[in-house]
Write a protein that binds this ligand. Structure first.
Ligand SMILES: Cc1ncc(C[n+]2csc(CCOP(=O)(O)OP(=O)(O)O)c2C)c(N)n1
Length: 637
């Protein structure tokens, strides 16, 4: 279905076309751009509210800046749909996030307008500062560098590290703070209150307007006038405000707050800021979901609602005639509350993903025992470690991909001290439409090499529950449980708890020709493939390893003693992953077999449905069957 652009957007294929539009007509372009995003996302899905909230900012930035020469860095990038549409990708926008289509995030190889590849939060100021400093070193005095960062992303440590550096480096850059008071869930922390205080303080805003006027008048007279303006502004601020501004105290000049939906004012302000040297921050107040009433009202739901009816607002849900298995994240959420009811030491920690990982269930049931710490994975891990020293049993839930941020904290603050923290890694394996920035490809490899760490992966809901039950009984060392995005396989999932022996796998199918050893949910495809192989005349056994560390030595010895053909199966990276662990075990114990490892190769796997990506990497059901047949053939030859 082709989406038709409104007449003011139709002529705009690139920012150069936008510059042909009269400034007084820019709001019309905004209207069409917003409508185009609504029309497309309602039909094809994707992130929604964030892009609607920055329509005016996007238009103003591309109107004022000389992109792609000027560098525009979007933080996270889930809000950059307008940017994509204005920078040569309108015709392909309906392929957004689909296999083979454009990416849901800015990506350097996709467009010269995507100055920096993003997906993980809070990187924009660092990247922009790097660009600004390099531009200075290269003598490119006129190049503008702009980072657009949300108030949620601003809670991330990297943003503070970068501002600390930026104020001192004094490089020429603009930070646009897109403040909508929301992360995916309502934003948290003291900074949020601080930003609200600045926004709502009448005294501050009155003084700010006066400063702005003085500055505006002087800015026409060049750099010297800027210096004078700066002194006046500083004087006004310090004498009248009596307290200094957080950003100003980091030597980043603060402007705002401004209405981020007034495109005409934004153009004027950005033009002014371009003239002012050094690091500056423009505080814009916006509404997430702006222009689509339901999205303004329930901003968390409309962060990424999937497909919906743009007239009624009804979000499309697949309809089934029989009960479906739950999402793993919900099994986690409900099970945690159950366990916390039994064990008073249990607490929950999430870095900004309460609805994403279903920690919101515990936050609702036991608000004093569940913590959203902001987009701060490193802090989440060390905060959990601190609580563990005091006898708390922390379930710290972090998406596998975001845990990459907190690797040193896992090693230094948890494992070296042998603290019992449970890490639940959601979205392990392929994240799907979010693509490579979000795939949880590396966790088995990066966790299993750390001492004092158990690495487990459930094949179904019951296993997840039992692993969580087991983990909270375990008082020595860290315990990782990784599970994928989406549904499990058991509609009747609320089974009684049973402890699992740590490091114990299980055989689920007997066979005589070859053995498949899977780890985690992907094992269901392995088991299905083993059954399908029967029709091909191949008798395949299936083992569920459950643990990548410690490995089940007894089980592996049995497998190597019984079979000379073995397939290992994981939805994680092959290098250093579960299959590697099996081969290490075999080498260390002098065991021999033809081993074929299936998993994610040493390559960037793009976005698409999980099943499409399994197929691409050769470990969907058909791929596993093929691999088994090839192994049989190869060994016969
Ligand atoms: C390191 C990291 N942790 C978590 C996320 C998940 N995430 C994506 S967008 C988002 C909220 C961002 O909020 P904000 O920056 O205010 O932007 P808004 O969506 O409000 O426009 C979060 C937590 C992420 N992308 N990166």
């Amino acid at each position: 279905m082709s989406i038709k652009a409104g007449k003011h957007l139709q002529a705009i294929r690139h920012p150069a076309d936008l510059k042909e539009v009269a400034e007084s007509d820019l709001h019309l372009v905004c209207q069409d751009l917003r409508q185009y995003i609504v029309d497309t996302v309602s039909v094809y899905g994707g992130h929604f509210g964030a892009s609607l909230g920055v329509v005016e900012l996007t238009v103003a930035l591309h109107y004022v800046l000389d992109t792609p020469n000027d560098q525009l860095v979007w933080d996270v990038g889930h809000q950059a749909y307008g940017h994509k549409i204005l920078t040569g990708r309108r015709d392909r926008f309906h392929t957004n996030r689909y296999y083979g289509g454009i990416s849901g995030f800015p990506k350097r190889k996709e467009s010269e307008y995507d100055a920096f590849g993003v997906g993980h939060s809070s990187t924009s100021i660092s990247a922009a500062l790097g660009m600004a400093v390099a531009a200075e070193l290269n003598g490119e005095k006129d190049r503008q560098v702009v980072a657009v960062i949300g108030d949620g992303a601003m809670t991330g440590g990297m943003a503070f590290e970068a501002m600390n550096h930026a104020g001192d480096a004094a490089a020429n850059m603009i930070i646009v703070l897109n403040d909508n008071c929301m992360s995916i869930d309502p934003n948290v922390g003291a900074l949020k209150d601080y930003l609200t205080d600045i926004t709502t303080s009448h005294t501050y805003n009155k003084v700010k307007d006066e400063v702005w006027n003085v500055l505006g008048k002087l800015s026409r007279f060049g750099v010297n006038a800027q210096e004078i303006a700066s002194k006046i502004e500083g004087g006004l601020k310090s004498s009248l405000l009596k307290h200094s501004n957080l950003f100003e105290s980091l030597k980043i000049r603060y402007f705002g707050p401004v209405d981020g939906h007034d495109v005409h004012h934004l153009v004027k302000v950005l033009n002014d800021l371009k003239q002012i040297p050094g690091p500056k921050i423009l505080h814009c107040i916006t509404t997430k979901g702006k222009g689509f009433a339901l999205a303004e009202k329930d901003q968390t739901l409309w962060h990424a609602p999937g497909k919906f009816d743009k007239i009624t607002g009804e979000i499309q849900k697949k309809k089934y005639d029989k009960p479906q298995p739950p999402k793993y994240q919900d099994v986690f959420g409900h099970t945690l509350v159950e366990l916390a009811g039994m064990n008073p030491d249990i607490v929950g920690v999430t870095p900004a993903m309460p609805s994403g990982c279903s920690m919101n269930i515990m936050m609702k049931a036991m608000p004093e025992r569940a913590f959203d710490v902001g987009i701060a994975e490193q802090h989440a891990v060390t905060f959990s470690a601190g609580m563990a020293t005091q006898g708390k049993m922390v379930f710290c839930n972090i998406y596998s991909t975001f845990m990459q941020r907190a690797y040193d904290q896992v090693i230094h603050d948890v494992c070296l001290q042998n603290l019992p923290v449970v890490f639940c890694l959601d979205r392990a394996g392929f994240a799907g439409a979010d693509g490579p920035t979000h795939h949880g490809a590396y966790d088995i490899a990066y966790m299993r090499c750390i001492p004092n760490m158990v690495v487990a992966a459930p094949m179904n809901e019951q296993e997840l529950r039992n692993m969580m039950f087991t983990a909270q009984l375990n008082k020595s060392g860290a315990f990782t449980i990784r599970y994928p995005r989406g549904e499990g396989v058991m509609p009747e999932w609320k089974t009684p708890f049973e402890a699992i022996q740590v490091g114990k796998g299980r055989r689920l199918r007997k066979g005589s020709d070859l053995a498949i050893i899977g780890i985690g949910h992907i094992g269901n495809l392995g088991l299905a493939a083993a059954e399908a192989l029967e029709k091909e005349g191949i008798s395949a056994a299936f083992y569920d390893a459950r643990f990548a560390k410690p490995l089940d030595a007894e089980m592996l010895k049995e497998v190597f003693a019984t079979f000379d053909k073995i397939i290992t199966l994981e939805d994680g990276c092959l290098m250093g992953g579960f299959g590697s662990a099996v081969l290490e075990f075999a080498a260390d114990h002098g065991l021999n077999a033809h081993v074929k490892r299936l998993g994610i190769p040493d390559a960037v796997i793009e976005h698409g449905e999980q099943l499409e990506l399994y197929a691409e990497c050769g470990f969907d059901k058909a791929g596993i069957v093929r691999a088994a047949m090839e192994l049989m053939e190869m060994v016969r030859l």
